[in-house]
Design a protein around this ligand. Structure first.
Ligand code: PLP
Length: 366
């Protein structure tokens, strides 16, 4: 067992490290349970087998993976960086482009948490320009900031909807020569026609983040991609670790990106999109659910009367969903990841019971 007696060695850490509040990921904030609908993972996951020995250091940017992803995304291999998840892409962008204590990034809450967390660990200021109605960019607000990087998440996590393409283009036009515009497309496979990858040729300051964690069902693999102009990719390559991609990860990623792997991913996306639309119809029919956000991804955001109570009641049925009420601009909301048909049936049963109970409680107390 670890010795937990304070020794004072923590005092040796940098002040900014002492100031950081540890990130509670979807995984670490939950202790157990059978139905995992709290981290936007894919329940319809393929399984892989490895062979070979691993005595050699891997390639920094394994060619088979880079070429396969470039083909899949419709860009040149020189425009692709592979990293330890899209999260490492976010961190590399901030470390490569933001001078600590000097530069800033702009984000549009409610949105993905890692932009602010990586900025904090690089002592970089975060300009927060809230979405309008949780769905549109506040362009004037964004243009009033002078960041090095603008992060736009589309489909946005946790709201689920797409940011209008013409707004992203307006941001690109405004920041040409001044800042990079990073479009996080972690969920783009659920709405592939919305990708901005075809704009990379027009905007050298456009950066697109992708991942194998969501539609490809490989969150445990830790493999993500950054797509950008050759200059941006080369800057990131200076900052990335010498061996960021373990050999087993490279092998599995190459299999996932084979034509069979991509076909399998597309099939699971079709099933998930259908299950999601069924769930949205169910949710809209519950009187205890006050708002159901439209979704172009594998999760749905719901506004309820008491989000903490809803989450903890479902835990009693071994179902985990995520309270997103701490997000700027949102209150009493839960995010539900779309699982397999079985899991969704368990969820809707438990929710139906919960909302019919809370409904009658409120009527009694009213
Ligand atoms: C899950 C997620 C990521 C991180 O992906 P990894 O490749 O698992 O690091 C990035 N952006 C958004 C919006 C996400 O939801």
């Amino acid at each position: 067992m670890a010795n937990t007696t304070p020794t004072g060695v923590n005092n040796l850490a940098r002040q900014m490290v002492k100031d950081i509040v540890p990130y509670a990921s979807a995984r670490s904030s939950m202790s157990g349970g059978a139905v995992w609908l709290n981290a936007n993972e894919n329940a319809l996951a393929p399984s892989y087998q490895l062979d070979g020995c691993f005595n050699r250091y891997p390639s920094c940017q394994p060619k088979a993976v880079i070429n396969a992803y470039a083909d899949y995304a419709g860009v040149a291999p020189e425009q692709v960086l592979v990293s330890r998840g899209a999260d490492e892409g976010i961190e590399l962008l901030i470390r490569s482009f933001c001078e600590p204590k000097q530069d800033s990034i702009t984000i549009c809450p409610p949105t993905y948490g890692m932009y602010a967390i990586s900025a904090e660990s690089n002592q970089t200021t975060v300009n927060k320009v809230l979405l309008v109605n949780n769905e549109q960019l506040d362009l004037d607000g964004i243009f009033a900031t002078s960041p090095k990087l603008v992060f736009i998440c589309s489909p946005n996590n946790p709201t689920g909807d797409l940011i209008p393409r013409e707004q992203i283009i307006a941001v690109l036009e405004h920041f040409a020569g001044k800042a990079l515009v990073v479009v996080d497309e972690a969920y783009i496979e659920f709405a592939p026609e919305a990708t901005l990858a075809n704009e990379l040729a027009n905007y050298p300051h456009l950066v697109i983040l992708r991942t194998l964690s969501k539609a490809f069902g490989l969150a445990g693999l830790r493999c993500g991609f950054t797509l950008a102009s050759v200059e941006v990719i080369n800057a990131l390559k200076k900052m990335i670790a010498p061996y960021p991609i373990a050999e087993p990860v490279a092998q599995i990623a190459a299999m996932a990106l084979s034509s069979a792997g991509i076909a399998q991913m597309q099939q699971s996306v079709a099933s998930i999109n259908a299950l999601r639309d069924e769930f949205i119809a169910f949710a809209k029919a519950q009187s205890g659910i006050n708002k159901v956000w439209p979704s172009n991804a594998n999760y749905v955001l719901l506004q309820v009367n008491n989000a903490a109570d809803c989450v903890s009641t479902l835990i009693q049925s071994d179902i985990l969903i995520r309270n997103q009420s701490g997000q700027l601009g949102l209150s009493e909301v839960v995010r539900v990841s779309i699982g397999n048909a079985d899991e969704m049936q368990r969820l809707t049963q438990a929710m139906q019971q919960y909302f019919s109970n809370t409904d009658s409680k409120e009527r009694v107390s009213a």
